[in-house]
Design a protein around this ligand. Structure first.
Ligand SMILES: Cc1cc2nc3c(=O)[nH]c(=O)nc-3n(C[C@H](O)[C@H](O)[C@H](O)COP(=O)(O)O)c2cc1C
Length: 189
């Protein structure tokens, strides 16, 4: 039995709102990130940046960016809503922010560099889930917020946030979600 295929066939994300903070072992985190950067990357351009958000940084970013930016965008927000937004990064013990940072290349289109950032995110969730962590790739509203991008070291408008990968602990096994039918998606000629 090929264990990787068996795992990929049943792999599931656990939503950030249903995971608990948990603890990500340091050696696991290094393995997860190493799997992330071992990704198809045309021309070996490394067109991405990775920022690990953990410990107090989660609260700091919550206060400095999530709270402020949410209030700015929703002037009539309630205290409950503001607190919810401020605490988003506290849903997991580690959040890996992946920034797509395309570079100029005479032959390789930026589109391929964007795709590579997505593949990096996917490698990270596969690695984290294979180690039995709860993991989810989200963008939510703050991926599209310029202040957040700058706070993470990104340079707008070139750089874009590909996603935040939340890694925490499963509270219960996630149930399967609706999946596409192979024959509806793939054309066998
Ligand atoms: C680029 C991208 C952004 C996403 N953003 C969100 C999001 O903001 N909120 C959300 O609930 N799910 C989001 N999702 C979907 C979650 O990752 C979801 O858990 C996933 O579709 C479950 O699939 P899986 O069980 O096959 O991993 C996003 C997915 C992708 C690829």
């Amino acid at each position: 039995m090929n264990k990787i295929i068996e795992f990929l066939k049943i792999r599931r994300s656990t939503t950030a709102k249903s995971m608990s903070e948990g603890l990500v072992e340091e050696n696991d985190l290094i393995d997860i990130i190493n799997c992330g950067i071992r990704v198809p990357d045309h021309g070996a351009l490394n067109p991405w940046k990775i920022v690990i958000i953990r410990g107090e940084k989660r609260e700091q970013l919550g206060l400095k960016i999530l709270k402020k930016e949410f209030k700015k965008n929703k002037v009539n927000a309630t205290e409950d809503e503001i607190n919810y937004e401020k605490n988003r990064f506290l849903r997991a013990s580690v959040i890996i922010a992946v920034i797509s940072s395309p570079v100029y290349h005479p032959k390789i289109p930026k589109w391929e560099m964007y795709l590579s950032a997505g593949a990096l995110c996917q490698n990270i969730i596969i690695a984290a889930q294979s180690l039995n962590y709860a993991a989810q790739w989200v963008t939510e509203w703050y991926s599209y917020n310029e202040k957040m991008l700058i706070a993470l070291g990104g340079n707008p408008p070139n750089d874009k946030i590909a996603g935040f990968i939340y890694i925490g602990k499963k509270v219960k096994e996630p149930v399967e979600r609706r999946r596409p039918l192979l024959n509806k998606i793939a054309k066998f000629n």
